[in-house]
Design a binder for this molecule. Structure first.
Ligand SMILES: [Zn+2]
Length: 405
């Protein structure tokens, strides 16, 4: 650690793996699948207790209302858990935002509920890497930063946001993310990095849609010409949307619901699809392609089509401010002797929403691990204290120097 100043060296000395690992194990034992409101409430309580070690005020923010289209083509409300917000030194001239999520992809009835050790350093368990380990190391890094060097205490202000719905697209927290990101000089998000220290650079945007197609039912043999077949229209729409795929824009017609018995022309079909545009320009092109396909299919099949959904994760391109933040973190990792590589990815996360607010964001500040969103999810526990040191050092350098232009 030759690149560290004496002050920085002292700042990092207090960080130990044991307490961070203990917290990770404790939190991973709580099921907090996005739909498990009791589990999320328990998790939020545990997080509020732990983050109370930091200065500032903690509150639990109510989720914004969210609607989902059901199998009958009708929108209905989806309940979400509350989001945790910690605000430290709100009066500070320079502030950053740190974000994570308390939910996991594993529902209460999923078979993957407990942790076990694959070897002395590798912990397999639900939400260990994504991202309870990340939340625990974020807290340890902030606590070390708050303790400060011997010469000068911390001056940087920050907000911590831990939402409850990241794994289903942050629909009930998107407005809160945007509100808290505004005016910040930088953002750190605690998604896991790859086992070799691989970090995410650019990310595409993502939009999930449901097109509700209503035709007219008729007898399949007696008067089919009077019917308007919604399933055939849905198939046509899927083909037209798929044809809009191009370099930098992926299109996935995923599921068609609806239909009728074999002797009836179906009057209802719901086409669910996902689009991932790599740039804001391609996001606009995607929207234009959807509108055109809907108009053509509605006219050709004499059906009505109602579209639900939008690009809820805007594309995250990498600009000069983001490059400067990446350089600062790369330098800090090198000074700590930690391996770090950088690559664009096809996945999306809350970093997309933060980037859309014009704030430079690094969104893989969390633990090292892999096989996330599967029963093989694992965490490299050596990264818990290593990455806590990285957080403390990055916060300290942001405090002392800001994000260099
Ligand atoms: Zn995650």
């Amino acid at each position: 650690m030759s690149g560290l100043s004496g002050e920085e060296h002292d700042l990092l000395a207090a960080i130990e793996r044991g307490p961070i690992l203990a917290r990770t194990l404790d939190w991973a034992a709580i099921n907090s699948g996005t739909g498990n409101l009791e589990g999320l409430a328990a998790m939020a309580g545990r997080l509020a207790d732990a983050f109370a070690a930091l200065p500032g005020e903690i509150r639990l923010a109510e989720p914004a209302p969210v609607e989902k289209v059901d199998a009958e083509g009708r929108p209905h409300a989806v309940a979400h858990g509350r989001h945790l917000v910690l605000s430290v030194r709100p009066e500070a001239g320079r502030r950053v935002i740190l974000t994570g999520h308390m939910d996991t992809v594993y529902a209460r009835n999923h078979p993957f509920q407990a942790c076990d050790w694959l070897d002395a350093e590798t912990l397999r368990g639900p939400g260990t890497a994504d991202m309870k380990g990340g939340l625990a190391l974020m807290l340890a890094g902030l606590a070390a930063y708050e303790q400060g060097g011997p010469t000068l205490g911390p001056t940087l202000g920050y907000d911590v946001l831990i939402n409850s719905d990241e794994e289903t697209g942050s629909l009930s927290s998107a407005a809160l993310i945007a509100e808290l990101a505004r005016g910040k000089i930088a953002a750190l998000t605690y998604e896991p990095a790859l086992p070799d220290g691989g970090m995410a650079r650019a990310r595409p945007g993502s939009g999930n849609y449901a097109a509700v197609i209503r035709g007219r039912s008729a007898h399949a043999g007696r008067n089919p010409e009077e019917g308007r077949n919604a399933v055939v229209a849905a198939g046509d729409l899927a083909l037209r949307l798929a044809a809009a795929r191009r370099e930098g824009l992926s299109v996935n017609p995923a599921r068609i619901e609806g239909g009728a018995p074999n002797n009836t022309v179906p009057d209802l079909a719901i086409l669910h699809f996902n689009m991932r545009p790599r740039t804001p320009g391609l996001a606009e092109a995607a929207r234009a392609a959807i509108d055109a396909a809907i108009a053509e299919v509605a006219a050709a099949h004499d059906v009505s089509i109602q579209l639900h959904g939008h690009v809820s994760r805007p594309p995250k391109p990498v600009g000069p401010g983001t490059e400067a933040l990446y350089a600062l973190v790369s330098r800090a990792a090198a000074d700590l002797g930690q391996a770090m590589t950088w690559k664009d990815t096809g996945g999306v996360c809350d970093g997309n929403n933060i980037a859309a607010c014009g704030v430079p964001v690094l969104d893989t500040m969390g633990a090292l691990g892999g096989a996330i969103h599967s029963p093989g999810e694992f965490l490299l526990t050596g990264s818990l204290d290593a990455r806590a040191r990285l957080t403390a050092l990055v916060m300290h350098r942001l405090d002392r120097h800001g994000v260099p232009a």
